[in-house]
Design a binder for this molecule. Structure first.
Ligand code: 4AD
Ligand code: MG
Length: 482
């Protein structure tokens, strides 16, 4: 194999009139003369100029969209506009033919829905190339952020016996012959005979195990796949998604919010710095898409403007109770425009309410804190009831424009008696979580953490509307193709 140079490096090269070899896939071949070649290292193609008069016509015929080729030639300054350099081909070898009659990707704009059906090939489009390069960089930036701050990357298990969120949305893991599982005398499935000797499931969150790590290592984070069998067919839910969950000993809710805001800004900044071409391309893509919408539905800012705006402004922080007051008095509520009108205190906010707060009222990211205890998980730290006897917990949700909830977190209940009492109230089995409760028995301390939905963050920075387009192979109800 001869040495090949990636297209990104060639396009940035200061040196010309040198011999180079490139390998990639043909995007287009115009006038039997100009190949636009892409190898995925950048959104930009390199132009290969073919001397068609001196090239075998049989070879020319094989230079079709999608074919994999190797080109050796001279890197020269380009006369055409739009590129600094191009390659004057000396030899072209077809590594893999691509029948243009059968190849599903044509050199034109395809609908995202169609591309989802050919997710095995969609990496070869400009849009998905940009999205997945950004996804990769963002994963790196996350590790960098925590590494630089002395956090320990802790691998929490994927197979567990607990439902951390207590929402009952787990996928079972079993080795049983499903048609004929062993039964107990009373006729129930006998999980004692299963692989792990008990009922197990895929994790919905690494938080509980993360807390164990934090109460020894101080600052940890997990970053892995999580699984939820919630039957939500929305543009923001996946059955398999990746989550970043930091957990910090000796942090209170304010420390927690500060860290989360810093992380989100770090990621936005990183992508803007490292991927100007990809972001610019996606920004333009979004603008074109928005032109299809009626004027009042179009967003006021371009993608790049939105990213910069989030970087430059502090997130608005307020309590759930304050948010309810704003929503109650809001025009859409008074004019009965909300599908779920805000009547009293205590119910969960719907995405229409979150979007009103973020996009209309504050016009920037919002951190809501101190939610009613009834609508949050058992592990959140309980506040003293307020003057009206209303009970809240030290929760925080970060809401982003166009996305809604991007982060969910809280200060944790570190007091054993309070925690046990809440578990009893909510029917969370204390005996099964004995190991979790041990941290409260032995050297408990204030601590806090949060979960950032990786795909929702990628949606935000890429401007992609559907979460199924920011993960290579999306898993959602009735779909596990590829
Ligand atoms: O709010 P959630 O459910 O919080 C937890 O799981 C906590 N244990 C986190 C913690 O404190 N360590 O989920 C956290 C985030 C959400 O804000 C959202 O961004 C994302 O995970 N998320 C999903 N993303 C895609 N598809 C789904 N079905 C998601 N469910 C949650
Ligand atoms: Mg949540």
């Amino acid at each position: 194999m001869s040495q090949r140079t990636k297209i990104k490096a060639l396009l940035e090269s200061e040196e010309t009139h040198i011999e180079v070899t490139v390998k990639g896939w043909i995007r287009t071949f115009r006038n039997n003369q100009f190949i636009a070649l892409n190898d995925g290292s950048t959104n930009n193609n390199i132009q290969v100029v073919v001397d068609f008069e001196n090239t075998d016509p049989n070879l020319l015929k094989r230079l079709t969209t999608g074919a994999a080729i190797s080109v050796t030639g001279e890197l020269v300054p380009s006369l055409g506009k739009g590129q600094k350099v191009e390659i004057k081909a000396k030899t072209i070898e077809v590594l893999g033919d691509c029948d243009p009659e059968k190849y599903p990707l044509q050199p034109k704009k395809h609908r995202l829905e169609f591309l989802r059906e050919i997710a095995h090939l969609r990496f070869r489009t400009n849009t998905f190339g940009a999205v997945f390069r950004i996804r990769n960089s963002m994963a790196f930036a996350i590790h960098q952020f925590f590494y630089e701050r002395g956090f320990v990357y802790l691998h929490t298990p994927i197979i567990t016996a607990s439902d951390a969120e207590g929402a009952g949305e787990t996928f079972h893991v079993t080795n049983f012959d499903l048609a004929n599982p062993p039964k107990t005398e009373s006729g129930e499935v006998d999980f004692k005979q299963d692989f792990f000797g008990r009922a197990t499931n895929l994790t919905v969150s690494g938080q509980l195990e993360g807390e164990l790590g934090a109460l020894a290592l101080s600052d940890i984070y997990t970053f892995g796949p999580t699984f939820r069998a919630e039957n939500s067919n929305t543009t923001r839910h996946l059955a398999e998604f990746w989550m970043i969950e930091p957990e910090m000993a000796f942090y209170d809710l304010v420390d927690n919010m500060n860290l989360a805001e810093e992380l989100l800004k770090h990621l936005i900044k990183y992508v803007l710095e490292k991927h100007p071409d990809d972001v610019e391309f996606l920004s333009q893509r979004l603008e074109d898409e928005e032109k299809q919408k009626p004027q009042h539905e179009r967003s006021e800012m371009s993608l790049v403007e939105k990213l910069k705006f989030c970087l430059e402004n502090d997130f608005e922080r307020l309590t759930y109770t304050e948010a309810i007051e704003i929503l109650k008095e809001s025009t859409p509520n008074k004019k009965k425009k909300f599908q779920y009108p805000i009547e009293g205190w205590g119910t969960d906010l719907q995405s229409e309410h979150e979007r009103y707060l973020v996009e209309k009222h504050f016009k920037k990211p919002v951190i809501l804190t101190d939610y009613p205890k009834q609508i949050k998980a058992f592990y959140m730290r309980q506040n003293e009831p307020d003057a009206q006897g209303r009970e809240t917990v030290r929760a925080m949700d970060i809401l982003f424009p166009g996305i809604g909830e991007i982060v969910g977190g809280s200060q944790r209940e570190e007091r054993l008696d309070k925690l046990e009492q809440r578990m009893d109230e909510m029917g969370i089995p204390k005996d099964e979580l004995w190991w979790y409760l041990d941290t409260r028995r032995f050297g408990t301390c204030p601590h806090a953490g949060f979960g950032l939905g990786f795909e929702r963050m990628i949606q935000f920075v890429t401007g992609m509307n559907n979460i199924r387009d920011v993960i290579p192979f999306p898993r959602f109800p009735k779909n596990a193709e590829f």
